[in-house]
Design a protein around this ligand. Structure first.
Ligand code: SF4
Length: 622
């Protein structure tokens, strides 16, 4: 890519070499009004680079910038970059950090309500002039200076300031967003087609005038699909019936239970898989004929239940949302009925989020960036940006700080999941543990494999993630794990302990990746593979099955090296990493040494690690 020579604002002394290149690459793409895919591993400094270049372009060309993240917690770094630029250059820009309305609601009467129950309660209050915070916000035509400052310090600061001022934080943030050059927000604000239009209208911006930076962009497809996935179970219908009874409402939902039973009877009976596709014509008239009217009745009853009983949520509302989705689903969704341990389930699964992706393509230009944006061609094709530019940057950390090895003696292939296999895995983890002094994290493809292996371990595993752990429990556990010097952690890939979390400052000496977190083969996966085969020229198996699994493993493997001085070994434990289909994907991320005697390599690496730590300590003393 040809680089011009624009002068970028940068909050530190000077950008790293690859950071400087990235800024030029992004600026050059925007100058051609083209989107760009950026693959930049941890340490390159992509948040600073993308914000500096996009902000410069936007200010010169009258555009605004959106910085979108999949999680609220990832807003912090963008806020820090903008604060730093503002301070260093005395920039006269306005920016705002926005999260979902529920997380910004200061009204204690409704802000504990969940999901749809919250949104409908808020809407009702606004319509009836029943929210004092909203009414006060209307009076404050222009937010006070303190609110601007709070909005630029982050959504938590704005929440506190708004509460103190007695105004609605969401309304204030939307008003500040109208005059902002830079908006930090969630994926949902743009990826959820229902939210996107009203959000853009409210903040008075148009996608066609916006440069959109997508942080952790490898998540876009899954996140966009998740807004279109929903299921209905017999239990939910029974809960809704109990809600109706509690408010003595005459509505009867027995026909929905009957629908589930008869679908199960006609579609699954005799099928070995316990699940089957459902066609539109299989849905009874009572549900499909006048869905709007039915949903209106369900919503009304739900609000009556919430208000009368002081409930946080309502199963009636869930059913209403499900029926709405069922009546509007597209060709890129499938409906599946399945027999689950908890009863019959009818689910709508989005195979390809076409509507959400169409919204992204309206933007002036997009910057899609991630540390695992590989293979880049796949991401370009899947998001529908075949002609976009792309660039990759090397890791700035010394290569020798990471040793990647392979144990091909075991596998977590479904056909090989036996007690003997789990014992073999446990024995091998134990053998590695015996050779290492320092914290080691072991990542598994599922809780099932984690627990089965744990039962065979020679010594107790104190730090193990569990499926039903609340986030505060996970945080507490990880704090204690990091504080120790010789701890062993068991966690799953694709979870909160293997993605979006840093084990920086050399707290982990080694990572063991057990197996490959591939999706369980089921009807939905089969439908997705077929759909992708048709849409992406026979690439269904690769795009829907192999790559997502291996990328989750690469994400987990990348946890240990987060800084220049971090050193760690990574041991991949599964013979399939040596098979060409998997090897060509993982080799995009790291080169694996396939030597048989990996234990002696780990011992040598640990010895060198201790020697370099001793040297560093003696230099400090001198
Ligand atoms: S208007 Fe604002 S403060 Fe009032 S309920 Fe809605 S989000 Fe909460």
């Amino acid at each position: 890519m040809q680089a011009s020579d624009p002068q970028f604002m940068f909050r530190f002394d000077r950008p790293r070499e690859s950071q400087g290149r990235m800024m030029h690459d992004i600026y050059s793409a925007l100058s051609q009004r083209r989107s760009i895919f950026i693959n930049a591993p941890t340490g390159v400094g992509k948040t600073d680079a993308s914000i500096s270049s996009c902000l410069k372009y936007a200010m010169e060309n009258g555009k605004q910038v959106f910085f979108l993240t999949p999680k609220n917690s990832q807003h912090r770094i963008a806020v820090e970059v903008l604060c730093g630029l503002r301070k260093k250059f005395g920039l006269g820009i306005t920016y705002v950090d926005m999260v979902g309305k529920r997380n910004m609601c200061v009204n204690p009467d409704v802000n504990m309500r969940e999901g749809e129950a919250f949104y409908m309660s808020c809407e009702k209050l606004i319509k009836g002039a029943g929210c004092r915070f909203y009414e006060n916000s209307k009076e404050a035509q222009k937010p006070q200076e303190e609110l601007y400052e709070a909005a630029m310090a982050g959504h938590n600061a704005l929440f506190r300031e708004s509460f103190d001022e007695g105004v609605c934080a969401y309304e204030i943030s939307a008003r500040i967003a109208r005059e902002s050059n830079f908006i930090i927000a969630d994926y949902a604000h743009v990826l959820n087609p229902v939210v996107m239009k009203s959000f853009m209208r409210k903040i008075g911006h148009a996608m066609s005038d916006s440069v959109v930076i997508w942080d952790e962009a490898h998540n876009i497809m899954n996140t966009a699909s998740s807004y279109m996935n929903m299921s209905l179970t017999a239990n939910a219908i029974k809960r809704a019936q109990a809600e109706l009874a509690s408010i003595q409402h005459p509505m009867d939902l027995g026909y929905l239970l009957y629908m589930l039973d008869s679908l199960s009877e006609s579609k699954i009976r005799g099928s070995a898989m316990g699940e089957a596709f459902v066609e539109n014509s299989d849905i009874p008239q009572e549900v499909s004929a006048d869905a709007d009217k039915l949903c209106g009745q369900l919503d009304k009853a739900a609000m009556e239940y919430i208000n009368n009983k002081g409930a946080k949520r309502s199963a009636l509302m869930h059913i209403s949302r499900f029926i709405r989705l069922l009546s509007s689903h597209s060709d890129s969704d499938v409906i599946i009925v399945s027999r689950q341990p908890m009863g019959i389930r009818l689910s709508i699964s989005c195979l390809y989020p076409a509507a959400a992706l169409a919204g992204i393509r309206e933007a002036y230009a997009n910057v899609f960036m991630s540390g695992t944006m590989l293979p880049i061609e796949m991401h370009k094709q899947m998001l529908g940006f075949k002609d976009a530019l792309h660039a990759s940057y090397p890791s700035p950390f010394p290569r020798d700080n990471r040793l990647c090895l392979l144990d091909r003696g075991v596998s977590t292939k479904y056909s090989q999941r036996t007690a003997m296999q789990y014992k073999a895995i446990a024995d091998r983890i134990g053998a590695v543990r015996d050779n290492v002094h320092g914290n080691v994290a072991v990542f598994f493809p599922s809780f099932g494999v984690l627990n089965a292996t744990r039962r065979h371990m020679r010594y107790p595993v104190k730090f193990a993630q569990a499926a039903d752990m609340r986030s505060y429990q996970t945080e507490q556990m990880i704090r204690e794990f990091k504080a120790g010097e010789d701890n062993l952690l068991f966690a799953v890939m694709g979870g909160s302990l293997s993605e979006g979390i840093d084990y920086a400052n050399n707290v982990i000496k080694g990572i063991i990746i057990v197996g490959i977190p591939l999706e369980r083969p089921n009807l939905e996966l089969r439908a997705k593979i077929d759909y992708f085969d048709r849409k992406f020229n026979g690439k269904g198996n690769e795009y829907a099955y192999l790559v997502p699994g291996v990328v989750k493993a690469a994400q987990a493997a990348g946890r240990a090296i987060r800084g220049e001085t971090d050193r760690a070994f990574i041991l991949f434990m599964d013979m399939r990493y040596a098979w060409s289909a998997y090897k060509c994907i993982i080799s995009d991320f790291m080169a694996i040494d396939e030597t048989q005697d990996y234990l002696s390599k780990i011992s040598g690496f640990m010895k060198a690690e201790r020697a370099s730590a001793r040297a560093a300590r003696s230099m400090q003393i001198e």
